[in-house]
Write a protein that binds this ligand. Structure first.
Ligand code: NAD
Length: 483
């Protein structure tokens, strides 16, 4: 992997950023320097947006089938390079390679879905809306779109956006996370190899300054954001005030409800993978585990056993169960929350703060952590920690459990474990959360369904992926004709 300063990608060429500052990108398990990312500013963003705006007329006029053929070629290249991409992802993010393979697969599925654009983009027609008058809708692209994406799924999340945007005939500027931008850089290279014309997809690296420039640029018609709720809310407000379409996906605090009729072994397996997978750095990660009535004891015991035996290590070692967190700063944040939980009166029964891996002393390790007696008004019961921390709590009934969800400010995902169809139906009817798992620990919608939360987890209307993406990236124009 290139250990140099990575360039932006503008008008089909790799272009050095004008930003004076750069941040190192390191393997979070070994500390090895993998490259450096420039902090681009307004001028770099201006160039990328101009390149995208100039490419728009010809790309818009390219028949959808031809646009789809380029995406088919990209899909084939992604398939061919999937292992290389997964290994690169593990090196810069830290997640175990099995999870990286899953992420690459999910990214490929978005490209596959976008290949269906000739059908997906069709409009509707009705003859004789009045006598001799016909009415039709035509979906048209709008111009330049942009996405600002987080570090935790640096391959998949950008692919929630740009393949749909370019399939519908728009052009694009991506601002990836500055923490792990290298693997997507390779995907952009593959997109060029697949024949995506110059200027259709542009990449600008950086942080807040680049984001602010995108939000202010009058040629950017729409913004997709994924990241923490604080930034999501600010991006939503700024982009909307500037007259842009906007979808901003934020943070999460996901509750997993366990009813007494569920099998505790199955529940524990699902909960452990949900809470500790990706070292807890998932917007769909289980965080608060609510045992209803007698469900609590057996599940508590199994979670504690399972969590204690997870093996930390480098994600490329196939025997590793859990990798590091992304950075030293993030490790401190997770440690801070564990301390807060103790002070708030939650009972710390497994403490991962001092975890180490002797062969990898520079890694950002946090071991599996378990709290009991986590209350909804505690910070550890209500705030997103984004680390390998399970908060266990009890409820006396399904109603009590649902009341816990209602008190939380987030609305991303939740799961129920039960053998009762009636209880599951009651739960999904009342939960008020956008992504619901029934006997599933990570309720991740596939590419052809919408992905996104509600309440403090989502700002906007149309979600990522699926038909919502087609709606987000097109305007439905209505033509009424009399001949
Ligand atoms: P983050 O908010 O720190 O950063 C996200 C993006 O915003 C990055 O590209 C970053 O450069 C940029 N950014 C950061 N601060 C900014 C600021 N002040 N102004 C403008 N731009 C800024 O998020 P992260 O740490 O990269 O990712 C983790 C977060 O993302 C978690 O909260 C997680 O729940 C959330 N997330 C949500 C979903 C979802 O589907 N809802 C999916 C994945 C991640």
């Amino acid at each position: 992997m290139n250990a140099e300063l990575i360039p932006n990608f503008i008008a089909g060429e790799w272009a050095p950023s004008l930003g004076a500052e750069a941040l190192d990108v390191r393997d979070p398990a070994s500390g090895e320097r993998l490259g450096a990312v420039p902090m681009s500013g307004q001028v770099d963003v201006g160039r990328a947006v101009t390149a995208a705006a100039l490419a728009f007329p010809a790309w818009r006029a390219t028949p959808p089938l031809e646009r789809a053929r380029i995406l088919f070629r990209l899909k084939a290249l992604l398939d061919e390079h999937r292992e290389e991409l997964a290994r690169s992802l593990t090196r810069e993010h830290g997640k175990v390679v099995l999870e990286s393979r899953g992420e690459v697969q999910r990214g490929i599925e978005s490209v596959e879905y976008a290949c269906g654009i000739p059908t997906l983009m069709m409009g509707d027609t009705l003859e004789d809306v009045s006598s001799g008058i016909d009415c039709e809708t035509i979906r048209q692209p709008l111009g330049v779109f942009a996405a600002i994406t987080p570090y935790n799924f640096p391959v998949m999340i950008p692919l929630w956006f740009w393949p749909y945007a370019v399939a519908t005939g728009n052009t694009f500027v991506l601002k990836p996370s500055e923490q792990d931008p290298l693997t997507h850089q390779r995907i952009v290279e593959l997109a060029r190899e697949a024949g995506l014309p110059a200027g259709v997809l542009n990449v600008v690296h950086g942080g807040r300054e680049a984001v602010d420039a995108l939000l202010a640029h009058s040629d950017v018609k729409g913004i997709s954001f994924v990241g923490s709720s604080r930034v999501a809310a600010a991006v939503y407000a700024k982009a909307a005030a500037n007259g842009k379409r906007v979808q901003a996906l934020g943070g999460a605090k996901n509750h997993m409800i366990v009813l007494p009729d569920a099998d505790p072994d199955d529940v524990a397996a699902a909960v452990l993978s949900s809470v500790y997978g990706s070292t807890g750095q998932r917007c769909l990660a289980g965080s608060v585990i609510v045992g209803v009535g007698d469900a609590y004891g057996p599940v508590r015991e199994r979670i504690l056993d399972g969590a204690s035996s997870l093996r930390l290590g480098h994600g490329l070692d196939e025997t590793t169960d859990m990798g590091p967190v992304i950075s030293g700063t993030h490790r401190e944040r997770v440690r801070h929350y564990i301390g807060v939980g103790e002070r708030e009166g939650a009972r710390l029964v497994l403490d991962g703060r001092d975890a180490t891996v002797s062969s990898l002393p520079a890694g950002h390790w946090i071991g599996p952590t378990v709290f009991e007696d986590v209350g909804p008004d505690m910070e550890v019961g209500g705030e997103e920690i984004f680390g390998p921390v399970a908060g266990l709590t009890r409820a006396s009934s399904l109603d009590d459990a649902i009341a816990l969800l209602e008190r939380n400010r987030y609305g991303n995902a939740t799961s129920i474990f039960t053998t009762s169809g009636k209880a599951a139906r009651e739960f999904r009817y009342r939960a008020g959360i956008s992504m619901i798992g029934v006997n599933i620990g990570v309720a991740a919608p596939m590419a052809f369904f919408p992905f996104g939360g509600s309440r403090g987890s989502f700002y906007g209307d149309l979600k990522a992926q699926g038909r919502d993406a087609i709606d987000f990236y097109t305007d439905k124009r209505v033509v009424i004709s009399r001949w």
